[in-house]
Design a protein around this ligand. Structure first.
Ligand code: FES
Length: 269
């Protein structure tokens, strides 16, 4: 039977993502649930397993409401006193917290510097010739927004499939990202698939189809700007080209997709 949420005083969101599982989250969750069951708090609290909370470096993590309290590096030994303190409205132990409401900064000893795309580099590319090129991100958290942006701003944007067929983005009427791994671009007559989600390592076919490299380029001679998608084996899976008259989509790419890595010709003259 479902919980009566109206009776809930505290909610514990335990991260059950891959990194937290590896760091022992299941034991932590079982310990907390057993404590709540045995101490008569099953019906006035709620425990929820979540996907990744975005703090894998501090795994296993848990968020406790009310209060917006984020816990880090949990163990079965640490979790029972933490749960108890919340239920008793006792002072929390700051050293166990990653963050709590009102803090200006989070407290982690495991901070990892965010990865940023590198500046454009002048290269002689086998396919593109002399060009300025850099790599963007290839996870679906970047690629789905990219395709969505281009669907909404299709003017001057072309899609070139792996078999060199070119269509204008204006022909694409919708995107369908309901499949597990693959995004489909629908025109009136066809669906063009791009595998953008993380795929299982053992599935060779999906590995072949998955976009693993997203390169943003500017060809020196033709001044053509575009994006090239490749799989992890270096095979080209498709390209996007931007009309030189319309820089809006390119500006979006440099600002959002490349996080303000702009083409800087001065350094290459
Ligand atoms: S898997 Fe738990 S924070 Fe990422």
């Amino acid at each position: 039977m479902g919980k009566n949420i109206a009776n809930t005083t505290h909610t514990f969101f335990f991260c059950d993502g891959g990194s937290c599982q590896k760091a022992g989250s299941e034991k932590v969750i079982r310990t907390a649930r057993a404590y709540l069951r045995n101490n008569g708090h099953w019906n006035d609290t709620h425990t929820i397993k979540t996907r990744c909370n975005g703090r894998c470096e501090d795994a296993p993590t848990c968020i406790v409401y009310p209060g917006q309290n984020w816990y880090k590096e949990l163990t079965p030994e640490k979790i029972t006193p933490i749960v108890k303190r919340h239920l008793d409205n006792a002072p929390l132990v700051n050293s166990e917290l990653l963050y709590k409401k009102g803090w200006q900064e989070q407290a982690s000893d495991n901070e990892i510097a965010p990865i940023k795309p590198k500046p454009f580099e002048l290269k002689n590319d086998t396919e593109l010739g002399e060009c300025f090129i850099t790599k963007g991100f290839s996870s679906d958290q970047y690629l789905y927004p990219l395709f969505l942006y281009l669907l909404e701003n299709p003017k001057g944007v072309s899609l070139i499939s792996s078999d060199e067929k070119r269509i204008s983005f204006q022909e694409i009427i919708s995107l369908d990202y309901s499949k597990t791994y693959t995004l489909e671009l629908h025109t009136e007559t066809t669906a063009i698939p791009f595998t953008i989600a993380a795929v299982p390592k053992e599935n060779k076919e999906l590995q072949q189809a998955k976009i693993s490299s997203t390169e943003y380029y500017f060809q020196k001679e033709t001044q053509q700007k575009g994006i090239r998608f490749k799989n992890k084996f270096g095979k080209i899976l498709g390209k996007i080209e931007f009309d030189s008259l319309n820089n809006k989509a390119w500006e979006y790419c440099t600002k959002i997709q490349l996080q303000n890595v702009h083409l800087d010709f001065k350094n290459h003259e």
